[in-house]
Design a binder for this molecule. Structure first.
Ligand SMILES: Cc1cc2nc3c(=O)[nH]c(=O)nc-3n(C[C@H](O)[C@H](O)[C@H](O)COP(=O)(O)OP(=O)(O)OC[C@H]3O[C@@H](n4cnc5c(N)ncnc54)[C@H](O)[C@@H]3O)c2cc1C
Length: 493
């Protein structure tokens, strides 16, 4: 039920004829990196009053952290990539101080029964890769210089085969993407190859390998940044700084409706432990999943827009945390499992990310199991998933020998936007209608349906705030330019 006794701090800001000095009231929806970042940069503005709403009990969204038995854990492997633009990296460093660690990357990939260091290292690669596979790669590379016919229709698969050749595509990328997205490579859109695969050509991969050679090494290769108290410390720092600057943060506040009058957004409804509330705003900036958000708009969008919202999909993920009675399971930060023989795509041991010594006799192994709510895995108990996980590790030659204290799980319904072939048509219908509403801005990974890293989500937040003119007008032309820049973001793993 909607409450009529709206608290004093939630009263309407848009009053016809209000004094010019009135602050522009903005609600930011979702306190992941994009929302918390936007709240922080908005809170630095004298002319803006900002409130940040988050459904969960903590900020961070998919990039949040929490402790299990005293060990900091993330929603799967999360690293802050040094390639982030300097103003973002500097802000994160300033907010976290000494807690912003720089760590060497030390992972490995299981490929054709062999463990290969990741990031790839020239000597390791030469020694460990199967000779037959090495010949196939060399053959594909030579073939690349010969003229060839362009495929009739480009897909993710044709772009990768064209760039990397069949051997690398079939051994590594094709099974990996099928596992991540639950679709065959031929069913995936071209855009995925550009946005998701940073090494999408032989040349780019060779360059990355060369950058691991001492002497050619750049300061950003082979290292990553990680906060001492889990990756979520980044978003927490942004949210705290926003609150310190006067922003309101509402946790446990689930948005249930975004209200409009014609083509102008006028406010929202949210529910918390005290019931449902109605609040008016000048602008609503949302980082909620685009399709979910569109269905919340009242009065509802035209049927064609709702149909488009139903047609675009997000891939879910189950995170399985195996708590072991030992100091350390392995020396590696992450293990990557590209092949389809095992359903998990990656395993991370966060204690190795932040070089944690405490607590003694405990470590947590987090497995990423891509799955949708309709899959059998989704309804399994923690123990059932824990047992399967131990079996998968044993099958890959990584038996769990330490006692298992317990298994915990988390389920993300919105882990990856699914770039299936033809998704753009639906996205464009949705995007065009949402963009036509005054006072509504959708951004962030879920809000722009962009498969992005955290530094990209923060770049979107800064970009949005840059477009807000004094007085509250939003510069749409500048936002269109920013969105073109966001299109060039490429995901780092
Ligand atoms: C497995 C995995 C590994 C990743 N690894 C990395 C990595 O190594 N490095 C990196 O930089 N990035 C990584 N990412 C990406 C990173 O998590 C995202 O870029 C980041 O979380 C995007 O932030 P966001 O704020 O746009 O969205 P989100 O983090 O999804 O935040 C959206 C927020 O909206 C909230 N919300 C949703 N519905 C409602 C509602 N009705 N009412 C109120 N609030 C609501 C959610 O609870 C959430 O907090 C990874 C992602 C995944 C899934």
């Amino acid at each position: 039920m909607t409450k009529s006794d709206t608290p004093a701090d939630e009263t309407a800001a848009v009053k016809p004829g209000a004094a010019q000095a009135a602050k522009h009231k903005i609600a930011v929806l979702g306190a992941g990196p994009a929302g918390a970042g936007a709240a922080f940069y908005l809170s630095q503005r004298e002319d803006v009053d900002v409130a940040l709403y988050e459904r969960g009990p903590r900020v961070g969204g998919n990039a949040a952290s929490f402790q299990i038995d005293g060990v900091w854990c993330d929603h799967g492997s999360h690293r802050f990539h040094p390639i982030a633009e300097p103003r973002i990296k500097n802000e994160v460093r300033r907010l976290l101080g000494d807690d912003f660690l720089t760590r060497p990357r030390h992972g490995r990939i299981l490929l054709q029964g062999r463990w290969i260091h990741f990031p790839l290292k020239p000597i390791d690669l030469l020694l460990r890769i199967k000779k037959t596979f090495a010949f196939a790669l060399a053959f594909d590379t030579i073939k690349k210089i010969l003229p060839k016919k362009k495929p009739q229709q480009e897909t993710f698969a044709t772009i990768l085969e064209g760039g990397l050749g069949p051997a690398m595509s079939e051994a590594f990328y094709f099974p990996y993407v099928e596992k991540l997205w639950g679709l065959k490579p031929s069913e995936l859109a071209v855009k995925l190859a550009h946005r998701r695969v940073s090494g999408s050509s032989v040349f780019k991969i060779l360059l990355k390998i060369a950058r691991q050679i001492p002497g050619l090494k750049s300061p950003t290769s082979g290292v990553f940044h990680y906060p001492r108290k889990g990756f979520g410390q980044i978003t927490e720092a942004f949210a705290q700084a926003a609150v310190d600057n006067g922003a309101t943060l509402k946790l446990g506040a689930e948005i249930t409706a975004i209200e409009r009058d014609g083509d102008r957004v006028t406010g929202l409804r949210y529910k918390d432990s005290n019931g449902e509330h109605h609040v008016t705003y000048d602008s609503v900036w949302t980082t909620l999943p685009l399709s979910l958000m569109a269905r919340m708009i009242e009065p509802p969008p035209p049927q064609a827009v709702l149909d488009a919202a139903n047609a675009i999909k997000f891939r879910g993920m189950i995170l399985i945390y195996l708590v072991l009675e030992t100091d350390q399971f392995s020396e590696y930060d992450a293990h990557y499992f590209p092949e389809l023989s095992v359903p998990i795509s990656r395993m991370s041991e966060t204690k190795n990310y932040y070089a944690g010594k405490e607590p003694r006799n405990r470590t947590v192994l987090c497995a990423e199991l891509p799955a949708d709510p309709s899959d059998d895995y989704w309804s399994m108990t923690d123990d059932e998933l824990g047992n399967l996980y131990c079996q998968w590790l044993a099958d890959m030659g990584l038996p769990v020998t330490a006692p298992v204290v317990k298994t915990e799980t988390r389920r993300l319904k919105f882990a990856y936007p699914v770039y299936s072939r033809g998704y753009e048509e639906h996205f464009n219908v949705l995007d065009e209608w949402i963009s036509s509403l005054n006072g509504l801005l959708s951004f962030g990974r879920q809000g722009l349906f962009a498969h992005d890293n955290t530094h990209h989500a923060l770049a979107m937040a800064i970009g949005a705030v840059d477009c807000l003119e004094t007085g509250g007008n939003f510069d749409e032309a500048l936002w269109a330019e920013k969105r073109l820049e966001f299109e060039s973001h490429v995901v780092e793993d």
